[in-house]
Design a protein around this ligand. Structure first.
Ligand code: DGL
Length: 272
């Protein structure tokens, strides 16, 4: 098959990368997507650098075997920690940190930016470093939110749910005091909690969704590399997971607003 018409590969530790998939479906509707969610090994964000790097390499190997033309690490943790991939992946590759930091830099008015992410992402200071590279005057306040990924993976996203509300309020309390006008959702799972986070932060605070920023950047990258697909019809979507598909199918169906049941396959990622 002509490279241009091959699919885009997207991976994450679980459901979070679907926030990038959803935006890719909007921004690049004719592109096909192969998604891998490592649901058998989620979460990544509380693991060591070595383990995250090993898992990410296996995820990339799986996608490459499925003939993808470009790979997106739709995972803040992998993008922040497994940085070797930026130079070793043999097809165009992007994480979420740079496009998302760029979008936040463009959105802020007062230069005070909050970053929320997994523990691994926050301790790498990846977003903070990128933001201060863009503008050294930015003041950046970071907060890790280790309970957010398990909440999302278990379908707890309703902003009125008492558990969701209290966890979100706990994690956002310090950031609220800092007077930030922009908050980076530095983990791709967090857009699924956007309503709850937005409510807790209050009006006037812009939430930057890494899925959206990365989808827009991917469109530019495809253009730059001459890899835009030639098809004019909707792309084909295939989803792979490393644990039983049931939960993934349910939450993915709700989040993407389409029935994906016949498109989800379980694989053994340890073979890659
Ligand atoms: N969606 C991943 C991220 O963006 C979640 C990581 C995890 O599994 O903890 O960081």
């Amino acid at each position: 098959m002509d490279t241009k018409n091959m699919a885009i590969g997207v991976f994450d530790s679980g459901l979070g990368g679907l926030s990038a998939v959803k935006e890719l479906m909007n921004v690049l509707p004719c592109e096909s997507i192969v998604y891998f969610g490592d649901t058998g090994r989620v979460p990544y964000g509380s693991r060591s650098r070595e383990t995250i790097a090993k898992y990410a390499q296996q995820d990339v190997n799986f996608l490459l075997e499925n003939n993808v033309k470009l790979i997106i690490a739709a995972c803040g943790t992998v993008s922040s920690v497994a940085t070797d991939l930026y130079t070793t992946v043999p097809v165009p590759y992007t994480g979420v940190v740079n496009p998302t930091a760029q979008a936040a830099a463009e959105a802020t008015k007062n230069g005070r930016i909050g970053v929320i992410g997994t523990s691994a992402t926050i301790s790498s200071h990846s977003y903070k470093k990128k933001l201060q590279e863009i503008n050294p005057e930015f003041e950046v306040f970071e907060q890790d939110c280790p309970l957010f990924v398990p909440l999302v993976e278990n379908g707890f996203t309703d902003p009125e749910d008492i558990i969701v509300k209290s966890v979100v309020e706990r994690y956002t309390a310090e950031l609220k005091k800092k007077g930030v006008d922009t908050v980076i959702l530095g983990c791709t799972h967090y857009p699924l909690l956007k309503d709850a986070i937005g409510k807790a932060m209050g009006e006037g605070v812009t939430l930057i969704d890494s899925g959206r920023a990365t989808a827009l950047y991917t469109a530019e990258l495809l253009k730059e590399k001459g890899l835009e697909c030639e098809s004019k019809v909707e792309g084909k979507y295939r989803f792979f997971v490393s644990d039983t598909p049931h939960n993934f199918e349910k939450i993915a169906g709700m989040f993407l607003g389409r029935d994906v049941r016949s498109q989800v396959t379980q694989i053994d990622i340890e073979q890659y």
